[in-house]
Design a binder for this molecule. Sequence first.
Ligand code: HEM
Length: 455
Amino acid sequence: MALQELPTAGSKDLFGGVLAFRRDQLGFLADGVHRHGDLFQFRPLGLPMILVNHPDHIRHVLVDAEARYDKNATLFKVVRPVLRDGLIAVADKERWRRQRHMMAPHFTPRTVSAFADNMTSETVHMLKRWESRPQQDAALLDVTDEIGQLALRIVNRSLFSADVSQAAQDFERAFGIANSELGSFFRFPFPPLTWPTPRRRRLRQAIDSMDRFVSGVIRKRLDGEDAGHSSAAPDLLTLLLHTVDEDGVGMDVEQLHHEVLNLCIGAFETTTNTLSWAFYLLARHPEAEARLHEEVDRVLAGRVPRFEDLARLTYTRMVIDETLRIYSPAYQTMRHAREEDVIAGYRIPAGSNILLNSYLLHRHPDFWSDPETFDPDNFTPERVAERPKHAYIPFGSGQRVCIGKHFALTELVLVLATVARGHRLVLPAGAPAVEPDPLITLHPRGGVHLRLAHR
Ligand code: HEM
């Protein structure tokens, strides 16, 4: 059977849709899906991009035909000045395999269970700080900023036994700049990143600042300041410093630096966004908040949650799952076609960039009945069983699925339950809606600001 050519979105636009893409990235893609369906191409500035928006085709790219695709794609080229060849962006498959193999044992559900106490004790500490703020009744909390620091403290304490309290805010700010600059460069790749414009210099300074943060964590360990044995087992940093691969080759300090940076970035921004959106959505949906409180009270009876409680905090988990559906923090990823392929009878030329956008996928009307409404009941076991697995991919899928998935889900549920025991975060009267900002990640524009209240 003859192969079909893909329909093209934005073809009337002189630059292949790049201006519309730059103005409103999600709107441009949603319009393309509306006009052309789940598979179409567009060519911003001549770059071949293909949006794949059906669960079957996503499974094809990420799982079934995974060998035909790699991360040598535009999106990863854009973020590589920050992430370098760390686990998130590395394109070479053999190199990725060795790196993942070294780190994977540290991310199993069993290993992650040992971090539960870090997660809850850091949250209790944060709540005490919130309580002790002067005028805490009146002043709004910058929830995104607060949770950002919490998430950085948790990941650094758990994986690297490092206390980063002081430096966390600088890292958070620097990442915010990089996210915004690279997000806009992805939408419109001009001027080149190497040009010495003021914005490019700001980006350079932000990368340097994140690098200093990571060097600080590693240097302390090499100088023997931080022990690396906060629990019975050695932490990930100790393991990475001493692990050798099957050829007996260890990780050099540069590679180690990139891995630590990738883990900090992978862990902190995504978790921060999810919890910020979760608190925001709960503040806007009192009936869901009441069900959450009922569950937390019943399961915990006021005490701090433990890892073993996760199995019974089912509604809390549904709130997290639904938040990850509506505002999927890692909302876009990309693959590069290493060779020609065929999807649903359409020719996928070698060299194409395949764009997967979970903001759109998670609103697909064939799989979600009322996609814009926050409804944790979308994740009852019955409804989950009715949907194809690849209709919901907040952590990706296939070999390159998020290594921190169990870590993240454990942290998200434990932090939410720890806060919900005694506190609510309330939307101030007349507050404008928070909009998602499609940067490299899906960030709440301007951050989420709420008032702390006792239950
Ligand atoms: C809500 C929280 C999180 C979300 C939504 C999320 C999402 C994702 C997604 C979608 C991918 C796959 C990207 C792709 O296929 O191109 C990914 C990969 C990755 N994530 Fe996460 N992530 C989260 C938390 C974490 C945490 C807590 C860590 C580390 C502790 C982490 C570290 C990584 C790393 C290192 C990769 C690259 C894995 C590989 O390619 O082998 N993430 N994440």
